[in-house]
Design a protein around this ligand. Structure first.
Ligand code: ADP
Ligand code: MG
Length: 350
């Protein structure tokens, strides 16, 4: 153990939120040092990452949907878990090297947040890719716990805390107490599904085809769940389905609200189901403590009001919902020795 802390002086331990949409890396004492989309550009039909050195992250995301014939930009994680093993490894390696630098003597220890309830095979994929990407030691923590810790909730106490994390691929709803997860439900409806709902809506209503990137922009600019004080409109460009030529149309925030109804309803139902399956004592605590929203999807205007209306509980956003899982992993880093029994690791203590 002393040996391990000595090694720590020569390497930079890091906490990683390996999300479907965004990967964030935290370093002890420095907070979030890297925040990039989980996107990699590869040679089409292969798993070969482009060799120009910057085909990962924001640069690759800008390519999504508009890549020339020989290149494709892909997201190596789907529904919160690794779908393309080699590409995830390349991406993690790129991010870890970017934070750690190439010249340090000792490899870093990393704490990775993973969705709760992933299978042993999926966990192994995370271990292997982090190790082959340059980690000396890998610890896994459950995302809802990391989110709760990052948000500063009293998850170690004998009272219930509830987190609703609306990410890109999945929404995870968890009730925690005494540093453990009491109830967790996860659905594969979150930000991506909202983007697809907008694409489908515009196609149906205006015969216009827009890309997922455009749909995401529309969602972030116009998206809302409850009526806005001042409804807004936006000009949208895409391709006419009938004629095939570029065309534009104007959409309103009311229309986008209608488009988002289905995914938002699915998320609301998931929250209700989780509450219904909680022990009465925990449910009673939540009347006092309320529900906390995390993840990028929590930023959709009116999400908190919608869930308040459905559950009659107090619903609040955590500070900076996009980074709270990553900030939680850095708290784990600070307590690596004391908390190591609460984390799964790839190897036994030496
Ligand atoms: P993940 O953990 O899966 O990587 P994130 O928590 O980073 O996901 O959230 C990404 C999702 O949040 C994306 O679908 C993105 O479109 C959505 N998002 C980000 N900002 C906003 C916003 N202001 N309003 C609505 N959705 C948003
Ligand atoms: Mg996430």
């Amino acid at each position: 153990m002393i040996f391990d802390s000595l090694l720590g002086m020569f390497s930079v331990d890091m906490g990683i939120d390996l999300g479907t949409c965004n990967t964030l890396v935290c370093v002890k004492g420095e907070g979030v040092v890297l925040n990039e989309p989980s996107v990699v550009a590869v040679r089409r039909g292969t798993n070969q990452v482009l060799r120009n050195g910057n085909a990962v992250g924001q640069v690759a995301k800008d390519m999504l949907g508009r890549t020339p014939g020989s290149i494709s930009a892909i997201r190596p994680l789907k529904d919160g878990v690794i779908a393309y093993f080699d590409i995830t490894e390349a991406m993690l390696g790129y991010f870890i090297r970017k934070v750690h630098g190439r010249n340090r003597l000792v490899k870093p220890r990393v704490v990775v947040a993973v969705p709760s309830g992933i299978t042993a095979v999926e966990k192994r994929a995370v271990y292997n890719s982090a190790e082959r990407a340059g980690a000396r030691r890998v610890y896994l923590v459950e995302e809802p716990m990391a989110a709760g810790i990052g948000a500063g909730l009293p998850i170690g106490e004998p009272t219930a805390s509830m987190i609703v994390d609306i990410g890109g691929g999945t929404t995870e709803v968890a009730i925690m107490a005494l540093a453990d997860i009491a109830v967790v439900q996860s659905i594969r409806v979150a930000g991506d599904e909202m983007d697809s709902a907008i694409v489908a809506y515009l196609r149906r209503k205006y015969d216009i085809m827009v890309g997922l990137q455009t749909a995401e922009k529309i969602k972030i600019e116009l998206g809302s769940i409850m009526p806005l004080d001042e409804e807004v409109t936006k000009e949208v460009r895409g391709r006419d389905i009938v004629g095939g030529l570029p065309r534009k149309c104007t959409v309103s925030s009311e229309e986008i609200r209608e488009a988002l109804e289905e995914p938002v309803d699915a998320i609301t139902q998931c929250v209700m189901r989780t509450l219904e399956s909680a022990e009465p004592e925990l449910a009673a605590d939540l009347m006092e403590n309320g529900i906390f929203l995390a993840g990028g999807g929590a930023l959709l205007r009116g999400m908190d009001q919608r869930l308040t209306a459905a559950t009659c509980l107090d619903v609040r956003l955590v500070d900076d919902p996009l980074s709270c899982v990553a900030r939680g992993t850095s708290v784990y880093l600070e307590n690596l020795i004391a908390w190591k029994d609460t984390m799964e690791s790839d190897r036994d203590e030496y």
